[in-house]
Design a protein around this ligand. Structure first.
Ligand code: 3PG
Length: 210
């Protein structure tokens, strides 16, 4: 599932690598207070599933999702932990089947035209474009837009304060994801003031850009 409005409703999704689940709830509250409800917790650390569970249970305003879903095990674990949506860096047939089985909204990954076409054949309307900058960035998205205009993307990988608005200006970009909004180092330092500043800046720029 990948209804375009679901992904267009929040232009910037914080992509989080969290190393200690004790920081999860305060992190989510900080992001939610800044208006960033969708939060992607990547399944790259031991603390990720517990963090999703804590946020799902204790911060009901947050829309917590799981990133780095790469197989059936990670898809099911994320579902069981309370994830509201899933994000995968790629999209093999078995990954797609695992994502479908959860019945959650999801973003499958693509970085080539053939991968993008396979997703269209699967009925997908919004895909993750990863790694975005390394795979061709804005030029790639513009070129693909002219041949597969019906597919929108959420670019992630290399998205930063200096380029995210250029990505969001493209008609085939539904949203972007990035770790700059809540960097692991600031989370580990429990520097909620700085994360609040970074996330408020995103939200204000989003509104100013409309
Ligand atoms: C992702 O998981 O989507 C990306 O690794 C985030 O990339 P970034 O750290 O360059 O924002």
């Amino acid at each position: 599932m990948s209804a375009p409005d679901y992904w267009r409703s929040q232009p910037v999704i914080p992509v989080v690598v969290i190393n200690d689940s004790a920081n999860a709830v305060q992190l989510a509250r900080t992001l939610v207070d800044a208006g960033l409800l969708k939060i992607e917790i990547t399944l790259r650390t031991e603390a990720a599933l517990k963090s999703i569970e804590l946020i799902a249970n204790e911060v009901p305003e947050a829309i917590v999702g799981a990133g780095t879903v790469v197989n059936e095990k990670t898809a099911q674990s994320a579902l069981n932990a309370g994830a509201k949506y899933l994000v995968s860096p790629g999209a093999t047939p078995s990954v797609l089947a695992s994502l479908d089985a959860t019945k959650l909204p999801y973003l499958p990954g693509a970085a080539t035209v053939s991968e993008a076409l396979l997703l269209v054949e699967h009925g997908i309307s919004t895909a993750k474009f990863f790694p975005a900058v390394e795979s061709g960035g804005i030029a790639w998205l513009k070129a693909v837009s002219s041949v597969i205009p019906q597919l929108s993307f959420c670019p992630t990988g290399g998205i930063s304060p200096s380029n995210y608005q250029d990505f969001l200006a493209l008609p085939n970009v539904a949203c972007v994801g990035g770790s700059w909004v809540a960097p692991s180092k600031l989370i580990a330092e429990q520097n909620w003031t700085e994360i609040s500043k970074l996330s408020n800046a995103v939200f204000n720029n989003e509104n100013n850009g409309k």
